[in-house]
Write a protein that binds this ligand. Structure first.
Ligand SMILES: *Cc1c(COP(=O)(O)O)cnc(C)c1O
Length: 221
């Protein structure tokens, strides 16, 4: 068995056990295998195993790796996780099925234009800057409701919110904040939890766990 397969199986097992411990029935979070920097060689075994959700953080890299794989496997869903520049939106909407990093009105406008031009269906998460970190992108929590209403006017299919907590602090209170914000605007999905904290994210009802290192190993690029 390929190491990415055994890693994923182990992670799925841990998730199942944690959900049992939490006594949450009918809770079925998805794992996004974050394949940035890794090649087809490491991705193919997961596709063969039947895994469908994959994540990348750069449009150009995704364009190189995924058109062929998606052609062979119609069930694959590709998630854009990284910061998206407006000049890359045209290419992004061609290859991605989900965008987790909507972080400005300018970007929302651009995405809206492109998906309506091409009649593409893309599901979108609003990224929230919970730590109010200057270097990180995301909508301020206090601006979320207004921003969400603007997105609805643009006819974007907003399905949830996303966060990347500051890595120096205990992520749990950020997870809790995002869960509450998400509830406030009544969205079904939450994108939070990475290799180091996906089990914590389950306590706050994350529905999309973004796991890279835990599945593929350490990134060297
Ligand atoms: C790289 C990345 C991940 C995965 O990180 P790991 O710690 O390797 O699991 C998750 N989310 C985003 C936005 C990323 O860029």
């Amino acid at each position: 068995m390929h190491h990415t397969q055994s890693n994923l199986i182990e992670i799925n097992e841990k998730i199942k056990n944690k959900i049992n411990d939490l006594s949450l029935s009918e809770y079925n979070p998805k794992v996004i295998a974050v394949s940035k920097t890794f090649s087809e060689e490491d991705i193919m075994p997961l596709i063969k195993y039947g895994h469908c959700d994959f994540g990348e953080n750069k449009v150009q890299e995704a364009q190189k790796k995924w058109p062929k794989l998606k052609e062979l496997n119609k069930n694959l869903k590709l998630h854009m996780l990284g910061r998206l520049q407006t000049n890359k939106v045209k290419n992004a909407v061609e290859i991605f099925d989900y965008i987790h990093s909507l972080d400005s009105l300018k970007l929302a406008n651009k995405i809206s234009n492109e998906i309506h031009k091409k009649s593409k269906k893309i599901k979108i998460f609003i990224q929230i800057n919970l730590g109010s970190e200057k270097q990180k992108s995301g909508i301020e929590p206090s601006d979320l409701e207004q921003f969400y209403n603007n997105c609805k006017t643009l006819k974007l299919d907003i399905i949830g919110t996303m966060c990347i907590p500051p890595d120096t602090k205990d992520p749990r209170h950020f997870f809790k904040d995002l869960m509450q914000l998400n509830k406030k605007i009544n969205l079904p999905e939450i994108s939070m939890g990475m290799t180091n904290d996906y089990l914590d994210a389950l306590e706050y009802k994350s529905t999309y766990l973004r796991i890279g290192t835990g599945i593929f190993g350490k990134r060297t690029k």
